[in-house]
Design a protein around this ligand. Structure first.
Ligand code: NAD
Length: 502
């Protein structure tokens, strides 16, 4: 296992290149800090262009070797064995993820690790059952489609769901026979190291998966710029996504961008309001509000607005904030002290913009000694802000929701769609026709009706507007991590070909 120690003697976490832990050529290190305690958990390799170069060379060598010749069945077996390997280390992985991110250990156990396991299993199944189209051309020809691996692909992932999102990309990339260079978030690097080891134990040849740690503008930028990296799957903030796109586009790299959100939760007066309350709290505050899919704008039909907001505030006040190791805790620390400061800045801005903080937004004072200096913030509900306020327009990515009344579907949709983002939405109603009508009119890549974050890995995942470009999930991931090649075979005796067309 990689770094698990604490304090001044925190262990080094090296890159994983060509099947082995590899120190950075520069010797540089970055601290990986536990945001709940402030302890240094690991001194991670500070990767740069030279380390990326070594990783890409290793990836190319893997493609030229046995990995490049591995059959679908062999690749699927590696992914299945790795899924079992992650499962066998579930407790340790949940602990690493909880320490790196500050999230409750209970959440890491219930969500992050099982989903990482499911991602690898899912793509093992997906590649086994994959089908490609065949087109018969007027009895003259058969066209069939081959999926070709892209070659070396770059994966860049954020800190909020580290292993969950990395496996979501590693699974399909390897299933299709690509070789990977991954750059995990510098804030939460440790489970990526375990994944590399687990895949090696599962039989993945050296170089087929490489992990380069380090800072975004250094290791990340070098990966995006590298001429032999044919595609980039990036998940992170919208501003970073724009930089990645600006670098990758002139180099004609295939690009998938999963970016930020400012997602609405729409509650109609005819909804099952108890269920809607549960869903609104879950959508607002899971992972301290640090899920790209979190519903941070709560839109409530005016007839039930006052009662709903009162009940929402009561539930939010009752959420338990504290030591992520405590299995009863529902909200842990934010990912870093710096991020906590940013969220607090938005709460100050909300007040300046005329908002009323109905609850939360404070540093808790009842924390146990172990975590007393951690990056905690009580969950906040803010009312009375107009739709144009920055607090309502910009992604805060913390435990803060704003509440807004609306009158009827047209106003609900105007509010819901009135931001630059378009990642997801959840809507709560008992009226079936309304559910379909509103869902279709919402500018969001994913809409949940009477639920939130119910995921089927076969479905398209991704955002509209400034929330991203492209889709991942199911066959969309298989499409992204491969090139489609059409083969046109003339049928014998089909007669002379027609005049050529483009
Ligand atoms: P971020 O954009 O700061 O960083 C994401 C990754 O990009 C990190 O690994 C970082 O080191 C790297 N990076 C930074 N600069 C880079 C550069 N110039 N070139 C290449 N890589 C670079 O995002 P974050 O703060 O880690 O994560 C939070 C953001 O991610 C939020 O905006 C959230 O909405 C978004 N997110 C989106 C999804 C989705 O599926 N749409 C999922 C999770 C998180």
């Amino acid at each position: 296992m990689p770094a698990e120690g604490h304090g001044p003697g925190a262990p080094a976490l090296d890159h994983w290149i060509a099947g082995a832990a590899t120190p950075p050529l520069s010797g540089g290190r970055v601290d990986d800090v536990d945001p709940a305690t402030g302890e240094v958990l690991a001194r991670i390799a500070r990767g740069d262009a030279d380390d990326v170069e070594r990783a890409v060379v290793a990836a190319r060598a893997a493609l030229a070797g046995p990995w490049g010749r591995a059959t679908v069945e062999e690749r699927a077996r590696v992914l299945e064995a790795a899924a079992a390997g992650l499962e066998a280390r579930a407790d340790a992985l949940a602990r690493l993820e909880s320490e790196d991110t500050g999230k409750p250990i209970a959440l890491a156990r219930a969500m992050d690790v099982p989903r990482a396991v499911a991602n690898l299993r899912f793509f093992a199944g997906a590649i086994r059952h994959d089908e490609t189209p065949c087109h018969r051309t007027d009895g003259r020809a058969l066209n069939y489609t081959l999926r070709r691996p892209l070659g070396v692909v770059g994966l860049v992932t954020p800190w909020n769901l580290p292993l969950y999102l990395l496996t979501w990309k590693v699974g399909p990339a390897l299933a299709l026979g690509n070789a990977v260079v991954a750059k995990p978030s510098e804030l939460t690097p440790r489970t990526a190291g375990v994944l590399a080891e687990v895949l090696a134990e599962a039989g993945l040849p050296p170089g087929a998966l490489n992990v380069v740690h380090g800072l975004g503008p250094e290791a990340g930028q070098a990966l995006v710029e590298h001429p032999d990296v044919k595609a980039l799957s990036f998940t992170g903030g919208t501003a970073t996504g724009a930089r990645v796109a600006a670098t990758a586009a002139p180099r004609f790299k295939k690009l998938s961008l999963e970016l930020g959100g400012k997602n609405p939760t729409l509650v109609f007066a005819d909804a099952d309001l108890e269920a809607a309350l549960d869903g609104t709290v879950r959508a607002g505050f899971t992972n301290q509000g640090q899920v790209c899919l979190c519903g941070s704008r709560v839109l409530v039909e005016r007839a039930v607005y006052a009662d709903f907001v009162d009940a929402l505030v009561a539930r939010v006040r009752a959420l338990r904030v504290g030591d992520p190791r405590d299995p009863e805790v529902q909200l842990g620390a934010l990912v870093s002290a710096g991020h906590r400061d940013k969220v607090e800045g938005y709460l100050r801005l909300a007040r300046e913009e005329g908002g009323r903080v109905l609850c939360g937004g404070e540093r808790p004072t009842d924390l146990s000694a172990r975590v007393a200096r951690g990056a905690f913030l009580t969950p906040a509900v803010v009312a009375d802000l107009g739709p144009a306020c920055r607090t309502v327009q910009e992604e805060i990515f913390g435990p803060v929701v704003t509440v807004h009344p609306f009158e009827g579907e047209a106003e609900a949709l105007a509010l819901a769609n009135g931001v630059r983002y378009g990642l997801s939405a959840s809507l709560w109603t008992r009226d079936l026709a309304r559910a379909h009508r509103v869902a279709a009119a919402l500018e969001a890549g994913m809409v949940w009706v009477n639920t939130w974050l119910l995921r089927d890995l076969r479905t398209p995942f991704g955002g509209l507007k400034d929330s991203g470009v492209g889709r991942e999930g199911g066959r969309w991931s298989l499409d992204f991590f491969s090139d489609a090649q059409n083969v046109c075979v003339a049928l014998e005796g089909a007669g002379p070909p027609p005049a050529p067309t483009a």
